[in-house]
Design a protein around this ligand. Structure first.
Ligand code: FAD
Length: 569
């Protein structure tokens, strides 16, 4: 039999891949194949249960990628979770649906990505969204849930709303008053999804509110469309690398794959190969296919097709820590209350912190470049850092996320500095596509990142001391004042933070969209530099961290990517 052939092959049936596959297969004369390493999780309770966050961790639908020992981050390895299933990481994530601050998306254009700005992306956030208008309003108002109808889309595939377990445990108003009573108040924000994120709110999630089950990329973008004759999905199939056409131009003609029974074969694409395997896989597939740093490729006897040394560089993630407290009240539901403080609200002396950081940026850039073997240049990194500095200290993006999660007689909190400056990298460690990669996010490499993390912890301590909430809370059980004393400086917080953090599971920029001269891997049409028909559409391309969680931005980028691909057909 002759090899099967499709117009487009999408590598990875995850969050971004299924969006692109869905939109391309709207054209009935176009054939699309999605190749996914995992299987269907349609009936997997660890996926569907809206209260089951974490239940899928460590199961066979979690890639559980391991980092190398984190030199600045406590010396140990970290696990970075990612979904291995049709629907990708959207099947195991926290379901939070929060976008970015307008200026953060505008920053993508500032570094040379013409057309990638908030104004152009905002319609794509809405295009994908099927906002479920809450029906029982009195109930909702008691729960603190609010929204601005103008900021939502109603006709898209992805259901967004609130779960019943998020609603009405009577704490919303208390927290609002508490935030207003802080020494530097944090205002109420009715709807942070319009691009202005500062404040305290109760966010929506990717859920089917009627059925009270998780909404993931497969439920939104695949299952309702699975009868399309031109849309095929192969599950339990690993893509090993791209295959190339002979000739002067670098043109992919398909991919090499291995089925679950161990058989290796290839499948052809007549138009394009679209990588959507996630930020911790797509750059590896490029390297395995001969696109990357020749020094790395030659180590594993991989012939360099395209010399693009920044493949796998610029890796950014956040660090997640928590403080825990006793509660005087027994909570039966699990609402999440979120606050997004600005630099003023987090640092208090923002002008001084900003001035000090500005002076350090050249040294930080040199440190990041050197820690990554100077593959990315200090001058370019410094420019990115200055843009990030402007975002923090001039355009007022949130600098941290603070989550309060009551359950039973406890309050858990989670928090992270939104925009750490550290950058690391990910590379292959073998020519064998099943071998684990070398992943090094370089958590806590820069002292500003530690300061933001410590300052967020201090802010939480203040919340628990502020009325009326203070009345409802008991003792701090972790770390506790005997471990980290009140008024501890950053050094005093350091050991607790570094030995108790985890990855915030938001890796990005490993195949960054940027001009090639400053380290980009893909251009503004998400095409890999030097290739005629290979694109990357997943979290790898996002050039700067966003302050909301990643998925809404990834869905929107993929929606826009599909339109770009269609326009170039
Ligand atoms: P993915 O969705 O990971 O898709 C990649 C797909 O490619 C996967 O299905 C994978 O199995 C497949 N694949 C990989 N390699 C191969 C190969 N060689 N061959 C074939 N297939 C392959 N974001 C939010 O907005 N809100 C949250 O609450 C939130 N919580 C999170 C909680 C956790 C535990 C995690 C891990 C992430 C969370 N995120 C959250 C982040 C967000 O979910 C991800 O950033 C996003 O889903 C990534 O989308 P993607 O398209 O880049 O990759």
């Amino acid at each position: 039999a002759s090899e099967p052939k499709y117009d487009y092959i999408v590598v990875g049936g995850g969050t971004s891949g299924l969006v692109v596959a869905n939109r391309l297969s709207e054209l009935s004369n176009v054939t699309v194949l999605v190749i996914e390493a995992g299987g269907s999780v349609y009936n997997n309770i660890n996926v569907t249960d809206t209260g089951g966050y974490g239940n899928a961790f460590g199961t066979d639908i979690d890639w559980a990628y391991k980092t190398v020992e984190q030199k600045w981050g406590g010396g140990t390895t970290q696990t970075v979770r990612a979904g291995k299933a049709l629907g990708g990481t959207s099947t195991i994530n926290g379901m939070v649906y929060l976008r970015a601050q307008t200026s953060q998306i505008d920053a993508w254009e500032k570094i040379g990505n013409k057309g990638w700005n908030w104004e152009n992306l905002y319609p794509y956030f809405k295009k994908g969204e099927q906002f479920q208008v809450p029906t029982d309003y009195s109930f909702l108002e008691g729960s603190g849930v609010a929204y601005d109808p103008a900021h939502h889309g109603y006709d898209g595939p992805l259901k967004v709303g609130w779960t019943s377990t998020q609603l009405n445990d009577g704490l919303a108003q208390v927290m609002n008053t508490t935030y207003q009573n802080m020494s530097v108040p944090i205002p109420y924000n009715k709807d942070p999804n319009g691009g202005q994120m500062i404040g305290y709110t109760l966010y929506p999630k990717t859920v089917n509110s009627d059925l009270n089950i998780r909404e993931d990329a497969a439920r939104a973008y695949y299952y309702p469309y699975q009868s399309r004759k031109n849309l095929h999905v192969w599950l339990h199939t690993n893509v090993n690398k791209l295959t190339w056409k002979d000739g002067a131009e670098v043109t992919a003609d398909g991919v090499e794959i291995t089925f679950s029974n161990g058989t290796t074969t290839s499948v052809k694409a007549s138009r394009e190969v679209i990588l959507a395997a996630g930020a911790l896989k797509s750059p590896l597939l490029l390297e395995l296919s001969g696109i990357g740093n020749p020094d790395i490729l030659s180590k594993y006897d991989i012939e360099t097709k395209i010399n693009l040394p920044t493949v796998g560089e610029n890796l950014q993630d956040q660090m997640n820590n928590g403080l825990a407290y006793d509660s005087k009240i027994n909570y039966t539901k699990s609402p999440d209350y979120v606050a997004y403080p600005s630099a003023e609200q987090l640092f208090r002396n923002a002008t001084a912190v900003g001035a000090q950081l500005l002076r350090k940026l050249p040294a930080y850039a040199a440190q990041v470049a050197s820690a990554n073997g100077n593959v990315t240049r200090a001058a370019d990194i410094e420019r990115f850092f200055k843009i990030q500095w402007d975002l923090i200290f001039k355009s007022g993006i949130p600098v941290a996320e603070i989550l309060l999660e009551p359950s039973g007689y406890t309050y858990d909190t989670e928090y992270w500095g939104s925009v750490p400056f550290s950058r690391g990298n990910i590379h292959i460690s073998s020519a064998d596509p099943t071998a684990p990669a070398t992943i090094d996010p370089k958590y806590f490499m820069l002292d500003f990142d530690l300061h933001a993390q410590a300052q967020a912890a201090r802010l939480i301590r203040e919340i628990f001391k502020t009325e009326p909430f203070a009345d409802m809370a008991g003792e701090e059980t972790s770390p506790g004042l005997s471990t980290v004393a009140a008024n501890s400086d950053d050094e005093g917080w350091s050991s607790f933070l570094k030995s108790n953090f985890r990855s915030n599971f938001h890796p990005i920029t490993t195949a960054g969209m940027m001009p090639k001269e400053i380290g980009g891997v893909v251009d503004t049409s998400l095409k890999v530099y030097g290739t005629s028909n290979v694109r990357v559409v997943d979290a790898s391309v996002i050039p700067f961290q966003v302050c909301g969680h990643l998925q809404s931005t990834i869905y929107a980028v993929a929606e826009r990517a599909a339109d770009i691909i269609k326009a170039q057909m």
